[in-house]
Design a protein around this ligand. Structure first.
Ligand SMILES: [Zn+2]
Length: 382
């Protein structure tokens, strides 16, 4: 195939044997042997945080350092073929312009808006959680319905594109808020044109989120057949983050941290991993729309690891082309960005080139050769 790009847009896509007349000044790039892939969407990311085995500690680093981390992440994302990042939580930091504490990723969004080399991002503001759940003062805490509604409203006032609720409670067998409390937040957000997503590690919280009509569940590590059936009926997205467990398993070899290296720790991780894979498998079979993300920064993955998650989705039962769709098309649908994760004539030249066939082999996504939006926007690729 040949593809003509001009001024950052795809002019046409044609068989190489039937290109027609080419513009006189065209710059031809011989991409022989590679595959054109739509720029991916990391639908669960934390652009201000670095990840790694001490990911939780890094959340307390000074804001100036985290802004530098974001630039490094922006670079890593692009080089890995990720065009869009959906930021689902960043620490609060005083904004030097007015001294108000706001989610740091909002500032990153502003910085990146006019920089074509950086990923396009949508930002959830900061986490909203019940007290006693998220440590390190990262989250805005809300212990009842009115406090929850107020926290949600403040995030939207600050400029968050959507809301992120933390639906794990202080006790794993209890949800932090009632269905009615969460539904009030969903109504508020929808009334203001914003979506609501919810972190869900355990079934009881997942049920509250689904019943309250949140737009998506993050992780969904513990879903059952009733939950996924209702998600499919309502159109609730699942954003998978299974590669976390692959990363933790690797820390059994590369760290000395007890929760990764002891037999007990390894067993606990293996058990949670199995349950999480089962949840995604159930969701897939029920027809739930599955978008996907690395959880880099908020978890231990790094910003250039989305291929790992696509591999994990294949392990959970998706066919490779469906797993790739989760990292492209589905992410675009979740964001409500019709052109994200697609390559169409007239659309943005947001694609990259890999070696191998990612429709059959997710590991091809690790073998990025060129990234159209980083390597200049004019040219023909064959
Ligand atoms: Zn996360």
């Amino acid at each position: 195939m040949s593809l003509l790009v001009d001024a950052g847009h795809v002019v046409w896509i044609r068989p190489s044997t039937d290109e027609g007349d080419l513009p006189p000044d065209v710059h031809v790039i011989d991409a022989g042997g590679s595959t054109i892939v739509p720029g991916m969407i990391d639908a669960h990311s934390h652009v201000t945080l670095p990840g790694g085995s001490h990911w939780i500690d890094r959340g307390a680093d000074p804001p100036e350092e985290l802004l530098e981390v974001a630039e490094h992440n922006g670079d890593l994302l692009g080089r890995a073929g990720v065009r869009w990042a959906r930021d689902v939580g960043s620490p609060l930091a005083a904004d030097p312009r007015d001294g108000r504490r706001r989610a740091l990723a909002l500032r990153v969004r502003e910085r990146w808006q006019s920089d074509t080399n950086r990923p396009r991002i949508r930002v959830a503001g900061t986490w909203i959680g019940h007290s006693g759940v998220l440590t390190g003062g990262l989250a805005i805490e809300a212990d009842d319905g009115p406090a929850l509604l107020k926290a949600a409203s403040t995030q939207l006032d600050d400029g968050a594109d959507f809301l992120k609720l933390y639906l794990d409670g202080p006790k794993k067998e209890e949800a932090p808020w009632s269905t009615e409390d969460v539904r009030a937040v969903v109504e508020l957000a929808h009334g203001r044109g914003a979506k609501v997503t919810a972190h869900s590690g355990f079934l009881v919280g997942a049920r509250v989120g689904i019943d309250a009509g949140v737009d998506s569940l993050e992780h969904g590590f513990e879903l059952d057949s009733d939950a996924v059936a209702k998600m499919a009926r309502q159109g609730t997205f699942l954003v998978s983050t299974l590669a976390i467990f692959r990363s933790w398993a690797s820390f059994g070899q590369t760290t000395t941290l007890p929760r990764f290296v002891t037999d007990e720790g390894k067993e606990r991780i293996a058990h949670r991993r199995e349950r999480a894979i089962e949840s995604v498998r159930l969701a897939y079979r029920a027809g739930v729309r599955i978008a996907t993300g690395t959880d880099f920064g908020g978890g231990s993955l790094r910003a250039n690891h989305l291929a790992w998650e696509v591999e994990a989705l294949v392990e959970a039962g998706l066919r490779p082309w469906e797993a790739l769709a989760s990292a492209t098309l589905r992410g675009g649908e979740l964001l409500g960005e019709g052109q994200a994760g697609r390559i169409v004539e007239g659309g943005p030249a947001d694609f990259f080139l890999v070696h191998g066939d990612p429709l059959n082999d997710p590991t091809a996504l690790w073998r990025v050769w060129r990234v159209a939006w980083l390597d200049g926007s004019t040219g023909r690729r064959t």
